[in-house]
Design a protein around this ligand. Structure first.
Ligand SMILES: [Zn+2]
Ligand SMILES: [Zn+2]
Length: 644
């Protein structure tokens, strides 16, 4: 019975699907006992090991076990569903076309062989190994070797990718090698497909390889031998909303530990946490410095926008250096990627006379102008409205647009290079997996010369014709008010630079900034990861940030700003009584109101040696204490453990 699903009555007329956790004879207090309506499974669909894993997630990330249950089981498992309709194999075949099972890798360099040997040796003494390989060093080939090795030994493998990087490109490549032994698990797939993958994992013939995004850590594994976390530094491994706010990389490492499996973390730009543990010897460390097939790293030219403005050689957001590089590339029928980390047309619009700026009525942000839809949109809650024809403040009819979004970049390209064909990839044009893949497909087939996009263009894509990459404004990323902003900028900008020069000798990257002399810009231009790491780690140590301390953010949300402020101060003071100066705040986050709820944040910085259990108990007790006050019943309090 334990681990089987049951239909249970809840309230007057509602029924729910639950999972049997424990069978006991203890009569619960204050709760009416009801009969189970139906038993849905004959064999357990949640194993003891999974329960243990769920409980670890609930405890570590401080959320109810029910939230983990909701995240862990695909929708189809949580309501009664007819089985044996269309099989998941049919769906893959329709999606991917014909596949073979031929092993495609052929021992493709010496550096890779050496890396595979080093990883295998490292696993003899370490459970976790960090593979630090420059972009295009052929990490996927190494993964394929290792997956094959573990599968031959009868072990299962989990291969995790960040959500956006899980494209048909990688799926097809692995499918060609592993054929029917591989299952794909993605939140954009239908419930039915996810249900089938889950069911097959508890059957007598489970997939030997699962390629999936963060939620695939919740799949059942019967004999897990290896977990690969590709692009381990990627922030999208952290679930933000709703709970459980787990970090899939860290959760996967815990899962591997529980299963006695090994973990391989792969990246070109390690997260500080992983690099720190590798340096300390807690993780194994394997480096891969050579680009695959002797490709050279791209050459990065830093362009000082301030200087270009002074000399009046800027054309809109384009420096003369970037324009020249683009002209050259277009003349040779090569392709270009332009990166601007802001979607929409302009950041906001402003009354020319009095400076009035339209803002979201529900959130504490200005509205972004989208030219294509002719709408002002809130990027936090989705509120949209038509721009006013005159200023409500002074009746002026002239507005100026401030800031640079991907739409405006596309407009400017059309005026500078009228013949160039462009594609844009951001949350507006690539809402669905299909749209996203259509854009990638079209650009791969050279149906466009220039691809403009947000962070989406930086991830896991291989375009063989791209010779120029332009970063229009590196400063928007660097100026984020976050202790990780330099680490993240380095990772993102290295990644986008790595898209250049795959087929051509050394691609060209033009990085535009107002801070050309800043150390971080020099470190990015010289691909000096170590220099950036060393300098940033000094600051992290001095200011007690990860990996020297663990961070827990406590968020409070309420409609009434005064009540919220009062309670947040009370909570912070009370916690300071327990944890002393480890408690900071309360602060108002940069966006202090979202969807009509005001927000406060209290920060807790704890030594990694401090008992997690003790901290957890104190925080949960504090939440109980606050909510017990009648006036605070509607305050929403939640925790973000190890925020990114
Ligand atoms: Zn005005
Ligand atoms: Zn809003």
């Amino acid at each position: 019975m334990r681990g089987c699903r049951v239909i249970v009555p809840l309230g007057k007329n509602k029924t729910y699907v639950g999972v049997v956790l424990r069978i006991h004879q203890e009569c619960p207090q204050d709760v009416e006992v009801k009969e189970v309506i139906e038993l849905l499974d004959t064999v357990p669909v949640v194993s003891n090991l999974q329960f243990k894993f769920w409980q670890w997630i609930a405890s570590y990330y401080m959320c109810p076990l029910g939230d983990v249950f909701k995240a862990a089981l695909p929708g189809g498992m949580k309501r009664p569903l007819k089985r044996n309709c269309k099989t998941v194999e049919d769906i893959y075949k329709g999606m991917l076309g014909d596949t073979g099972t031929e092993l495609q890798y052929n021992g493709l360099s010496d550096a890779q062989k050496k890396a595979v040997c080093e990883i295998t040796t490292s696993f003899e003494t370490k459970d976790i190994t960090l593979l630090h390989g420059v972009t295009s060093s052929g990490k996927t080939e190494i993964y394929i070797h290792l997956i094959h090795k573990y599968m031959t030994e009868g072990k299962q493998v989990l291969y995790l990718l960040p959500e956006i990087a899980l494209t048909t490109q990688i799926t097809e490549r692995l499918q060609r090698v592993f054929g029917d032994e591989m299952g794909v698990y993605h939140s954009k797939f239908s419930d039915k497909v996810r249900f089938d993958v889950y069911q097959r994992q508890v059957s007598a013939n489970p997939y030997k390889l699962i390629l999936g995004v963060r939620s695939s850590v919740f799949l059942p594994f019967q004999n897990l031998g290896l977990v690969i976390v590709d692009e381990e530094h990627d922030g999208s491994y952290k679930q933000q909303e709703p709970a459980p706010r787990y970090h899939a990389r860290n959760a996967a490492m815990m899962l591997a530990k529980m299963c006695g499996a090994k973990t391989l973390l792969g990246t070109a730009t390690p997260s500080f946490e992983s690099y720190h543990y590798a340096k300390k010897g807690r993780y194994g460390y394997v480096q891969l410095n050579q680009r695959y097939l002797g490709l050279q790293l791209p050459h990065i030219t830093v362009v000082d926008i301030k200087d270009q403005r002074k000399r009046k050689v800027m054309n809109g957001a384009f420096s003369s250096v970037l324009v020249d590089a683009m002209h050259d590339a277009l003349a040779k029928h090569q392709q270009i990627i332009l990166f601007q980390n802001r979607r929409g047309y302009s950041s906001f619009i402003e009354c020319r006379q009095c400076g009035w700026v339209p803002r979201c009525p529900h959130c504490d942000v200005s509205l972004t102008y989208h030219k294509k839809t002719k709408m002002l949109t809130c990027h936090y809650c989705g509120y949209a409205t038509r721009p006013a024809t005159k200023c409500p403040n002074c009746e002026e009819t002239n507005f100026i647009d401030v800031g640079l979004g991907t739409e405006k970049v596309e407009d400017q390209i059309h005026s500078i290079f009228p013949a160039a064909r462009t594609l844009r990839m951001d949350l507006d044009t690539a809402k669905t997996k299909n749209q996203y893949e259509q854009i990638i497909g079209a650009f791969s087939n050279h149906e466009a010369d220039i691809l403009v996009g947000t962070q989406m263009v930086t991830k896991g894509l291989d375009f063989s014709d791209v010779s120029v990459v332009g970063v229009l404004n590196a400063d928007t990323m660097l100026n984020q008010p976050d202790f990780r902003s330099y680490e993240r900028s380095f990772q993102t900008l290295s990644q986008v630079a790595g898209r250049a020069g795959r087929k051509y000798e050394a691609g060209k990257v033009v990085l535009q900034t107002k801070n050309a002399d800043a150390d971080i810009i020099k470190q990015i231009a010289q691909n000096d990861y170590w220099g950036m790491y060393y300098q940033q780690m000094m600051e992290r140590r001095d200011f007690n940030y990860p990996p020297f301390r663990r961070l827990i953010y406590i968020y409070l949300r309420h409609r009434d700003n005064d009540l919220l402020e009062h309670m947040a101060i009370e909570m912070a003071e009370h916690l300071k009584g327990i944890f002393g100066d480890r408690v900071l705040g309360p602060d108002c986050p940069p966006v202090g109101r979202i969807q009509s709820l005001y927000i406060r944040k209290v920060m807790l910085k704890v030594e990694p040696t401090l008992s997690t259990e003790k901290v957890r108990k104190a925080l949960i007790e504090e939440k109980r204490r606050i909510i017990a006050q009648p006036v605070c019943r509607n305050i929403n309090i939640y925790y973000d453990v190890d925020p990114v």
